[in-house]
Design a protein around this ligand. Structure first.
Ligand code: 13P
Ligand code: SF4
Length: 330
């Protein structure tokens, strides 16, 4: 065990015996340690297969808040691990690779956002869950793409609002609610890669297909959509639709669950603007592998930590989101 190397790499970099049945080993470590594996829809197929629970950002937070497990392994990105740790400070929260960040969260440095908030004292602050714990600490309510619209609408119409960090989601919510929220200028590098051109090319090939778009995509892309929604919302829409073909503009990991939930339907991933293969993957999400998950459980490292003073402030807007979502039945 070379802890110095682990620290340098950000994950437990130990050789894994190639003859092991990793899925079996992972399940038995979970049992032995009373651990639960939570996975986001953008994880590699083999991680989604092995996870105890897979879901969107809201469902992962809800699940973390209620699990009786002693250890939560978050197979997602760092802000998801932080959210779980903030909600469950007494539990051990692990993430297979500490380098699994998020370009959208990184587009909103906490000090700059805190200054922006201070400059607008009359505004309430709504932050997308894709933010650091320090940004959540200066936020009134956290939202995900599943509940953003309803939470924004829960504020009186004359209440001025700041929305950060995703300008695309913010613009989309402004357009459907008629609000004029002040937006932080951040974006996700994966969703910004989807283009109108590639979607129209696919629509020519599949004229009956419905177009499914995540709201982190640019406005022009969202305008083409039959449905704009979170990953869970897009899944639900596809399952309920009587159409057979779906053009999917979000990270391609979602196709695993779409194909599983909707056998017989045809899901066509949109390639990024600058590529021909349909592999618009989030490089951060894809840092998690079965080997790293196995080592994380075995060595109980790396652990997600949130400084106490920040966690104390960040927990309030997250709990507010969970309370409102529960009332709305989300
Ligand atoms: P969802 O909450 O819709 O799963 O989105 C999370 C995310 O990171 C999108 O890029
Ligand atoms: Fe962040 Fe974009 Fe990856 Fe989602 S897809 S985790 S928003 S970088």
């Amino acid at each position: 065990m070379n802890k110095e190397n682990w620290l340098k790499r950000g994950y437990a970099d130990e050789p894994v015996d190639k003859t092991l049945d990793l899925k079996k080993e992972i399940r038995s470590l979970c049992k032995e340690k009373n651990a639960v594996v939570l996975g986001h829809f953008y994880q590699a197929d083999e991680i989604q297969e092995i996870a105890d629970f897979i879901g969107d950002s809201l469902a992962l937070a809800q699940w973390a808040a209620k699990t009786p497990a002693d250890i939560i392994v978050m197979c997602g990105v760092h802000f998801m691990g932080e959210t779980a740790k903030i909600l469950c400070p007494d539990k051990k929260v692990l993430i297979p690779d500490l380098n699994a960040g998020c370009s959208l969260a990184d587009s909103c440095p906490a000090d700059d956002f805190a200054r922006f908030v201070e400059e607008h004292p009359d505004h309430k602050v709504i932050s997308y869950v894709n933010t650091s714990a320090a940004v959540k600490a200066v936020t009134d309510v956290v939202v995900t793409s599943t509940n953003a619209r309803q939470i924004v609408e829960s504020f009186p119409e004359d209440q001025q609002l700041i929305f950060g960090p995703d300008r695309n989601l913010g613009n989309y919510i402004n357009s459907v609610t008629g609000r004029n929220m002040l937006l932080w200028n951040g974006a996700c590098h994966v969703h910004e890669r989807f283009s109108v051109g590639k979607i129209l090319e696919l629509k020519k090939q599949y004229p009956d297909a419905q177009i499914l778009v995540h709201p982190e995509c640019k406005g022009a892309v969202a305008k083409l959509a039959d449905k704009v929604a979170s990953t869970a919302g897009l899944l639900k829409f596809a399952a309920a639709s009587d159409k057979k073909d779906f053009i999917v503009a979000t990270e391609s990991g979602i196709l695993y669950e779409m194909r599983k939930k909707c056998p017989g339907k045809n899901f066509i991933p949109v390639p990024p603007e600058d590529g021909s293969c349909a592999c618009n993957e989030c490089n951060f999400m894809r840092l998690n592998t079965l080997e790293k998950l196995y080592n994380t459980l075995k060595f109980e490292w790396p652990e997600v930590q949130v400084p106490h003073d920040i966690a104390e402030k960040a927990v309030k807007p997250i709990e507010r989101m969970l309370e409102i979502s529960a009332k709305l039945g989300l």
